[in-house]
Design a protein around this ligand. Structure first.
Ligand SMILES: NC(=O)c1ccc[n+]([C@@H]2O[C@H](COP(=O)([O-])OP(=O)(O)OC[C@H]3O[C@@H](n4cnc5c(N)ncnc54)[C@H](OP(=O)(O)O)[C@@H]3O)[C@@H](O)[C@H]2O)c1
Length: 323
């Protein structure tokens, strides 16, 4: 496993982190398999775990707590998120700070997360939606500063809404934000335009989330794929999205090098970008975990392949189904 510096915190985090949404909140999760995958991740050097209160009302956070207790000798970095008070993802331009993050809510949900994870300090507390229009409201600023002073959190991050990477730029300039979590993958390259240069300038850590575009960039999703009704992907992969995503993946299949999978190529694409501090694939199956961690070998994709993949940038706009 290769390690990268997590912005100004100075933490040395594994460049392959662990996305903990699916294991608690998607259908088809097997408890024993998840535990084995998490334990194997630690054994293989993964030390950054991204969860959220919203991943099944604290269930994912409790699973992270169990992992910490099984590996007391390992320094594992805990990242979680405060849900918006109105529980609506993503936020909209006309939502106010009072709708989403009034100060007492920031404190209340940090306390809940501390309890769920079973720690005295959370390494990284993130806002689970964000609007740059809230930047000047001192109430969120005071709330996170208080949590830091009290030793309840070490760092603060913003998790930006899907396909809105620039909806946090003013906020990053407050100097209060240590990290940003953003969708970045072969399709979603827009964060390279403005967000990444600013993060470089301000030494803000970048967490690249959704490396496989929620699964399409593994090649496993086809136009016939159907998700159970109680799985959020059934409302995300509506026909319009499913069909165009599968067609976009089809266009990159021809470039996958011999002996490599699409998933491996997708992760290596992200790791080639040195602004990224860590990427956090969701992975429940042990074979996925092992192959994903296997990409952290310090070897970049060949420059001509990287240049080809850059052409597959796909800029999308938030819609009624994009969530
Ligand atoms: N608003 C936010 O802040 C927000 C939103 C979305 C996600 N996130 C974070 O980002 C993390 C990652 O995103 P995600 O989990 O939504 O999507 P993702 O990482 O793009 O895709 C996860 C899917 O890829 C599959 N997979 C993983 N490795 C694979 C491999 N080597 N070969 C084939 N398939 C593979 C997983 O299967 P298995 O699970 O069956 O192994 C799962 O179905 C989340 O877990 C969460 O921590 C945050």
């Amino acid at each position: 496993m290769q390690y990268r510096t997590f912005g100004r915190t100075g933490w040395k985090v594994s460049e392959i982190g662990y996305g903990m949404w699916g294991l608690a909140a998607w259908t088809g999760s097997d408890e024993k398999e998840i535990e084995a995958s998490l334990d194997a991740a630690v054994d293989l050097g993964c030390n950054f775990f991204d969860t959220a209160w919203a991943y099944s009302s604290g269930k994912s956070e409790k699973i992270l707590g169990g992992l910490l207790r099984r590996h007391p000798q390992s320094r594992l970095y805990t990242a979680t998120k405060i849900p918006p008070k109105n529980f609506i993802w993503p936020s909209k331009r006309d939502f106010t700070l009072d709708d989403c993050f009034p100060p007492e809510h920031i404190i209340e949900y940090t306390e809940k997360s501390l309890k769920n994870i079973g720690v005295e300090t959370i390494d990284l507390q993130q806002f689970h939606v964000w609007e740059d229009g809230w930047v000047d409201d001192e109430r969120w600023q005071k709330a996170v500063s208080k949590l830091k002073e009290e030793g309840k959190i070490r760092a603060v991050g913003v998790s930006v809404n899907r396909w809105e990477p620039d909806n946090c730029l003013k906020t990053l300039k407050t100097g209060l934000i240590d990290s940003v979590q953003v969708i970045y993958n072969i399709f979603d390259q827009a964060p390279e335009d403005s967000l990444f240069p600013l993060c470089e300038e301000l030494n803000i850590a970048v967490i690249a989330r959704v490396p496989f575009d929620e699964g399409t960039l593994t090649g496993a999703i086809t136009k016939d794929t159907k998700f159970p009704e109680d799985d959020w992907r059934s409302s995300y992969f509506v026909p319009e999205n499913l069909e165009s995503s599968v067609e976009h993946v089809q266009k990159i299949r021809a470039f996958v090098p011999a002996g490599m999978t699409i998933a491996e190529m997708a992760l290596r694409f992200i790791l080639c970008n040195k602004t990224i501090s860590t990427t956090i694939p969701g992975m429940r199956k042990l074979n996925h975990l092992k192959s994903n961690i296997g990409t952290s070998d310090g070897k970049d994709l060949p420059p001509d392949l990287l240049a080809e993949l850059k052409k597959h940038r796909w800029d999308r706009q938030p819609t009624s189904w994009s969530q």
